[in-house]
Design a protein around this ligand. Structure first.
Ligand code: MG
Ligand code: MG
Length: 269
């Protein structure tokens, strides 16, 4: 893949993408306030859609390639792209909630995996490590580094150090006027390989990390991706702008994390 078809953003465009991501981040914060056993993905989805529209934005995912909902809600062995349904969350579930919002011409994209109630320690460690890998990937998103440096950092802590499976089929992506732009941002890779990162590049970094084997399969609904071994999978995502010395994180997990502190049904990651 060349650099030709990558849309590098101006500072003004980056601020617009930050605004879109602020709406997404607040939507996830709202989800973190209400999430508890007995709720369903469909209920969360309705709340999220109203919240996004009340902020003058549009859900990015709804209708994207025919996706039927505002949120991707992915429980336990579901890796990503879970369609919100009527299944009630139960104590011990992990739930990835992925959200996108389109506002003033740009998309925001951010995800967080929640731990409901008594999640076992092995799975808690998967969540903590996956979240940590996201930030280690982000640390590599500086001008002059290469796309492979991001994937290498994610893969190192998850696969090499902890024996988890790094999902290969799904990757991060450029984000801007389109929800998915070039370049692809794999969660695996070699240091010093791939395109050179430049200021103005805005990407969504989103490690999808399996407790067991890295292999996944798609359900017959054409969306839901699950682990082949049915072991749980974690997913955290930020939209970021490549910076000169430091990446600029455009989405914000603090809304979620403050809400989790005040929600006795959720565990802090
Ligand atoms: Mg996402
Ligand atoms: Mg994404």
């Amino acid at each position: 893949m060349g650099n030709n078809d990558i849309y590098y953003k101006t500072e003004g465009e980056i601020e617009l993408i930050r605004n879109s991501n602020l709406i997404v981040s607040k939507t996830l914060g709202m989800i973190a306030e209400v999430l508890k056993p007995g709720l369903t993905g469909k209920v969360l989805d309705k709340l999220a859609e109203s919240f996004i529209r009340d902020h003058g934005a549009t859900p990015s995912f709804k209708g994207y390639g025919g996706f039927p909902a505002t949120l991707c809600v992915s429980r336990n062995e579901v890796v990503v792209h879970g369609i919100p349904d009527d299944t009630e969350f139960v104590d011990g579930d992990i739930v990835s909630v992925d959200c996108g919002a389109y506002y003033e011409g740009f998309h925001g994209d951010c995800a967080y995996t929640f731990a409901i109630g008594e999640v076992n320690e092995e799975v808690m460690k998967l969540l903590q490590t996956t979240k940590r890998s996201l930030y280690l990937g982000i640390e590599q998103a500086i001008a002059g580094n290469r796309i492979g440096d991001i994937g290498f950092a994610v893969q190192q802590i998850t696969e090499k150090l902890n024996g988890y499976g790094v999902v290969r089929e799904m990757v991060g992506h450029g984000v801007g006027r389109s929800l998915h732009e070039k370049p692809e941002v794999p969660n695996y890779g070699k240091r010093g390989k791939g395109i050179v990162l430049k200021e103005g590049l805005v990407i969504a970094i989103e490690p999808m990390i399996n407790l067991g084997d890295y292999r996944v399969r798609q359900l017959n609904d054409g969306w839901t991706i699950i682990t082949r071994d049915k072991k749980p999978s974690a997913h955290y995502e930020h939209s970021i702008a490549v910076g000169k010395n430091k990446a600029d994180i455009l989405s914000d997990h603090s809304f979620v994390e403050n809400a989790i502190k005040n929600n006795p049904n959720l565990r802090e990651i």
